[in-house]
Design a protein around this ligand. Structure first.
Ligand code: HSE
Length: 300
């Protein structure tokens, strides 16, 4: 079997925060926290993962990347080939920072380079959103910045815009993992009219406030009634960490994706907010991050 002319490609994929409180499965922001994915084409059809992941996670990761690569070859109408893939970087696994998107998107974006770029960014976004089951982490990882996204008649659609430069995302990454499927099971099937209106009005305000750069208007808007109250069973410190960040000057905070990470948005109190959040959940990793504006990038 022929292997591609260029035998390896490396891409950088940003971690992401999804939901932003009430924007369940729609809002997302790309963060300057990155994983790097290198794919080398090899003869045959085998996939080998080279990554500092635990042995018991390797089979799951191999199956996930086999599915992603199959979907890529089919959509790009390219012949399947084997590859070695190396995944490394700063986006932790199972913390609600989009690590599965960094793996899936990194894999298909690198394969796309090896194949001569048959898919554009929208094509990569549609592919990864279908694999993920929801587009809210895939959208910012592909396009960067702030994204609103959903599936429209079965096809992923996103609108993105850049974030105001002064936004800082104080990111508290607990030492414990949360499984997204387990956290999704906790979200109810139905919601009251009051809770639905509470959330959809805030989602409109959040999107508008970020779009026009009026971040002060976001105070109080991240309060959610769709998923966070139910997921506190898995992250019992959620409300106290957000309250601690707000008391130290944050505009507001939310559970990142399905957790366990908790993020507070701040404009000019990042160190005080970080200290307050750390006191509320000791033993966590803390990062003060800016938004990523570029999305996935080919680096070699
Ligand atoms: N919107 C998804 C959820 C993101 O909250 O389940 C998963 O990271």
């Amino acid at each position: 079997m022929r292997t591609p002319a260029s035998a390896s490609a490396t891409v950088r994929v940003p971690g992401t925060t999804a939901n932003l409180g009430p924007g369940f499965d729609t809002l997302g922001i790309a963060l300057r926290l990155y994983n790097r994915v290198r794919v080398e084409a090899v003869p045959g059809t085998a996939i080998r993962i080279d990554s500092p992941i635990a042995d018991d996670a390797r089979d799951g990761a191999t199956a996930m990347l086999a599915e992603a690569s199959e979907a890529f070859f089919k959509r790009a109408k390219k012949r399947r080939h084997g590859f070695h893939i190396r995944l490394e970087g700063d986006v932790p696994i199972a913390r609600g920072l989009g690590s599965s998107v960094t793996a899936r998107l990194g894999c298909v974006a690198a394969l796309n380079v090896l194949a001569g770029i048959p898919l554009d960014r929208q094509g990569l976004f549609e592919l990864v959103s279908t694999l993920e089951g929801h587009p809210d982490n895939a959208a910012p990882a592909v396009f960067g910045g702030f994204t609103a996204s959903t599936m429209v008649e079965g096809v992923a659609r996103a609108i993105r815009f850049p974030l105001p430069a002064q936004a800082r995302f104080v990111t508290l990454i607990p030492s414990f993992e949360v499984s997204t499927p387990a956290a999704r099971k906790l979200v109810p099937q139905q919601f009251s009219k009051a809770d639905t209106v509470h959330c959809l009005t805030r989602v409109a305000l959040i999107t508008a406030a970020f779009a026009v750069g009026n971040l002060e208007a976001l105070r109080g808007c991240f309060d959610d009634r769709i998923h966070q109250p139910y997921r506190e069973a898995l992250i019992p410190q959620l409300s106290s960490v957000i309250r601690a960040g707000e008391r130290a000057g944050a505009v507001g905070g939310w559970l990142s994706g399905s957790g366990s990470t908790i993020i507070c948005l701040t404009l000019d109190h990042a160190d005080a907010v970080a200290r307050a959040m750390a006191r509320a959940l000791p033993g966590s990793r803390l990062e003060v991050l800016r938004a990523d504006a570029s999305g996935v990038q080919v680096t070699r």
